[in-house]
Design a protein around this ligand. Sequence first.
Ligand code: G6P
Length: 362
Amino acid sequence: DASDIEKGTYPHYMLKETDEQPLVIRKIIQKYQDEQGNLAIDQEIVDAVNGSDRIYIVACGTSYHAGLVGKQLIEKMAGIPVEVHVASEFGYNLPLLPEKPLFIFISQSGETADSRAVLVAVKELGHKALTITNVPGSTLSREADYTLLLHAGPEIAVASTKAYTAQIAVLSILADVVAKTRGRADNLNLVKELGIVANAMEVLCDSKEEMDYIAREYLSFTRNCFFIGRGMDFYVGLEGALKLKEISYIQAEGFAGGELKHGTIALIEEGTPVIALATQENVNLSIRGNVKEVAARGANPCIISMKGLDMEEDRFVIPAVHELLTPLVSVVPMQLIAYYAALHRDCDVDKPRNLAKSVTVE
Ligand code: G6P
């Protein structure tokens, strides 16, 4: 509907789309529920996933980052091994495939040329493909065997926000439905947990002033910024760094906390901002150890943690959600911090230099 593509009172599409995320999650829950209120996915898609001995997720950019989270969800919930590949690399570097691979293409636009090239190649080899996209009838949707829609509504800002969270939500539903088919009792009530996520996102969308403040405090004068985390938090850090570089042009990189000492820590100087995510119980102490290491070398750490795992030194605490679903929530501060950092630097938030919303050339 036309009102979807109006900015309304928002100064930028990116801010509007960030704010839409709670609604999008609720819409996805509704779209993927059957009449009994159970999560449901087309049986042929469930069969294709269930019947596969290894899943290959192929994507670019933000969609690739959603794929990294998707791997964890599918492996932990459904118990099927998953590999995640950047499309442009996969194209000429095909790994040794198992007997029954299934390819999942994640693409907001459904038009990305690098992803399409891989789709064409694997179809030629006779393999099955599922496209997860926001655009019904897009090229990747038409050319794959199956499609799952994101129902996120049009995403106009070049920097992707609601498509990322929608991709993760849809992947979680796919993982959950397949897990139940495989008789894996995980006691996870995903409808309820995604509802909690939507509420938590709302709290974060109401914390804009605080995000603006963090952006001012840490990113006003810096030329670089690092994001660290472990597990899910590492993947969200990659996305946080991508958001920041895309729209504010600050050199930003995401690193696995444990890898710091193997090289990256050499980059830490007096005042270097390091945004550390701490939403995972099993690595909470380790990531805090990494924060101490960088702080001892002069870094300016900004810890964003989750309620229940929080400590006094944390700069911001996000509401608690299920530990498999934290990326849906922890990414919101990343998006908003990047937004305000770009704003403070007078950057064109919705149309950053050198970037296109949809890259249809290889
Ligand atoms: C472009 C956009 C990114 C996006 C990537 C993949 O580079 O600027 O925001 O993540 O393409 O796009 P897709 O439509 O395939 O998800």
